[in-house]
Design a protein around this ligand. Structure first.
Ligand SMILES: C[S@@+](CC[C@H](N)C(=O)[O-])C[C@H]1O[C@@H](n2cnc3c(N)ncnc32)[C@H](O)[C@@H]1O
Length: 181
């Protein structure tokens, strides 16, 4: 609880600064592990206002930006227009319920969205199915936590992930190749 509107605004500004700083670190980690090139096509899932793609876009080709929230996509469209960006393509998409897209990509990444998806195993299969052969999947999300991040009353979110468990779940099994959508 905040004891005044001023404190609430300061806390929100601090959280936003932290998120921007985290985003820059995540972009650095992706650049350190994946050799990026302007010939690569990329797909960001649960892009929100697309902080991560804006960090990476100089180094990659066309980026498809997917989110299931109309509101987020409107904010994103405004940002794309304001910055005269022509290498980003926003799409409204819920990979858990919508028809599977036709395209495949060299790089699929997602930041702080996995914990919102109830069936982790299924969404991982969907991500793999979106990848071209030899493509890269980069996932960043909450470490395991006690539920206080979203509040204990919020249902349908994972309370973060154990890194080892998630890595083991994300290991590509032969049976998963090209399946799951
Ligand atoms: C915590 S926000 C993260 C946004 C952005 N990646 C970031 O880190 O700034 C989670 C995002 O995932 C989107 N999202 C949640 N469930 C989704 C789903 N099933 N399919 C697509 N997007 C989803 C939300 O609309 C929201 O934009």
């Amino acid at each position: 609880m905040f004891d005044s509107p001023k404190h609430a605004i300061t806390a929100a500004a601090r959280a936003s600064e932290r998120h921007q700083e985290n985003t820059e670190n995540i972009a650095d980690a992706i650049r350190a592990h994946v050799v990026l090139s302007n010939k690569m096509s990329a797909f960001e899932y649960g892009c929100g206002t697309c902080l991560l793609s804006f960090e990476l876009r100089e180094k990659i080709g066309l980026i498809t930006l997917a989110d299931n929230s109309e509101g987020m996509l409107e904010v994103l469209q405004d940002k794309i227009r304001a910055e005269s960006v022509d290498d980003m393509k926003p799409v409204k998409l819920n990979l858990s319920t919508d028809p599977f897209p036709d395209e495949q990509y060299n790089l699929v990444y997602t930041m702080m969205t996995l914990h919102h998806i109830p069936d982790t195993r299924h969404i991982l299969r969907q991500f793999y199915a979106l990848l071209n052969s030899g493509g890269y999947l980069c996932i960043t999300d909450l470490d395991k936590e006690d539920g206080s991040i979203h509040g204990h009353d919020v249902a349908n979110v994972h309370k973060g992930f154990d890194r080892k468990e998630l890595a083991s779940l994300a290991e590509r099994k032969p049976a998963d190749r090209g399946e799951g959508h």
